[in-house]
Structures are given as structure tokens and as C-alpha cells.
Design a protein around this ligand. Sequence first.
Ligand code: GLU
Length: 284
Amino acid sequence: MTAPVFRFAPSPNGRLHLGHALSALKNFEMARETGGRLLLRIEDIDLGRARPEFEQAIYEDLDWLGITWEEPVRRQSEHFSDYEAALDRLKVAGLVYRSTATRKEVADEIAAREAGTGKAWPRDPDGAPLYPFGSSDSSADDVPSAWRLDMRAAIDRIGQDFSWTETGEGPHGETGEVTAKPDAWGDVLVARKDVPTSYHLSVVVDDALEGVTHVVRGRDLFWSTSVHRLLQTLLGLPAPVYHHHRLILDEDGRKLSKSRRDTSLSELRAAGATPADIRRLVGL
Ligand code: GLU
């Protein structure tokens, strides 16, 4: 039997905080307990926000926590051609369309529909309004544009319910075999205008290319797994086992954010915290 493969996949657009520490430590420990491997992936497709000093700080923070990972580290910005190849397959399959509406056009359309129906426009599991336009726009091929998945067509293509194996827990205690509900996300972005990929697309391509068998991450990404399983099924990629863990909340019960300095690992370290303190703070 081949060894399980885990990965920690932070985005270098801010300092790591206690929530990241919990994720990284869980991945590290689960890999160790199962005789598995731990990979580190830098998810830096957001070229406007990713910064080398944040990437450097990720290595320092993980090192300080006593976490070790396999080299080489995969940096997503160096693999755009892999994501583009997957995007091309979705294009050939007729499952994606160009998304050219501006933020303002989207906001105006939603406001108009809400005014027209007197009902709130549906929102995705993250609370963002669903994209209100369909695949009507087939404008010139050579214009750079974002791409969206035609959710209806994608679900119809699979033609049956699909699920994932969850060994952690969802927001309402979902565990075991969880039925995916990708339609809750509407026509998700599969490629941004500036890069030929999106979070959803690159994460499934990389998990497959790197042979990841176990995805361990925060519960805030639980329902994203529906989209990941959909893309995996459409692209013929294997399904890892998923484990979503509890989130670390601030005093007001909110999810920690990268812009909050007081819970960043580097600030805590500078204030004299030890790795053992961090483990205690995250409840390990
Ligand atoms: N890069 C994502 C983040 O930092 C995590 C992606 C994942 O674990 O699937 O939130």
C-alpha cells in the first residue's frame, strides 16, 4: 500500500495565524501517525496580493512550530499551464463560458431582480450572491476574460448524485459520506481574467497531480468540497478523503483573518510565545 499524502496549502497574502497553525499541525500529525508524507503548497495565484515576504514568513513560522515537509514546495504561480490544460478540457466539453460582466453590472442586475421579485437574491455558502447572468455572451475569443462553470450543464453531465468521504465534520456535524451540493454555488469562477485558473480549479488539479490522498483543512472550506468533487468528476481526477477541522475564533466568535495582527504567529512569537503555547492556544 502506498503511503498517504497530506498537504498544507496556505496563500502567501498575509501572515499565518492560529487557524493556520491548527491546520498545519493537524496535517503534520496525521501524516506522522499514518506513516504518510506531508507536502507544502504555496497557493499564490492571486498575483496582486501574494508577496515574497509572506511566503518567507510561512517557512519561518512552520519551521518554528517544528513542522517538516517534503521538498520541493509547489508554488502555483509556476504551474499556470497545468491549470490552463484543465480549463481547456472544460472548454472543449462546453461546460464553461466567458464571464465579462463588471462588478457593477452584477450588482445592478441583482438589485433589479430583488426589486422586481421582492425577494432576496440567492447567496452561496460563503454569503456571496450567485452570479446572475448565464452563458449568453460569446464575444470575441481573443479578449482576455474570466471563465465560469455552467453549473446546470456540469451537474447534468454527471447525471447522478455524488459525494465525498468526510472524516472530520461540517458546520452542522455532517460526517461520513456527504452528498455534494454544488448547485448552491451557482456558476462558480474557474478562471480569473488575469490568470487561467481560480482557487477551485487549481486546488483540484494540484491535489491530483501531487497524488494527495487526504485533504485536511478548516471547516470554512467544507462546502467548497462540493465544487471540488464536481470538478474532479468532470476532469476524471481521483477523490481524496476530506477532513475539515474546527475553526479558531476570536473573542467575538468570528473567524480569524490575516489582517488581524494580534493572532499572527510572528506577533505571538515576538511577544514571547513558545511553540508549546501555540499548541495550547489552538487546543491541541
Ligand atoms: N489556500 C487556501 C487558504 O489558504 C487553502 C486551500 C485548501 O486547503 O484547500 O485558505
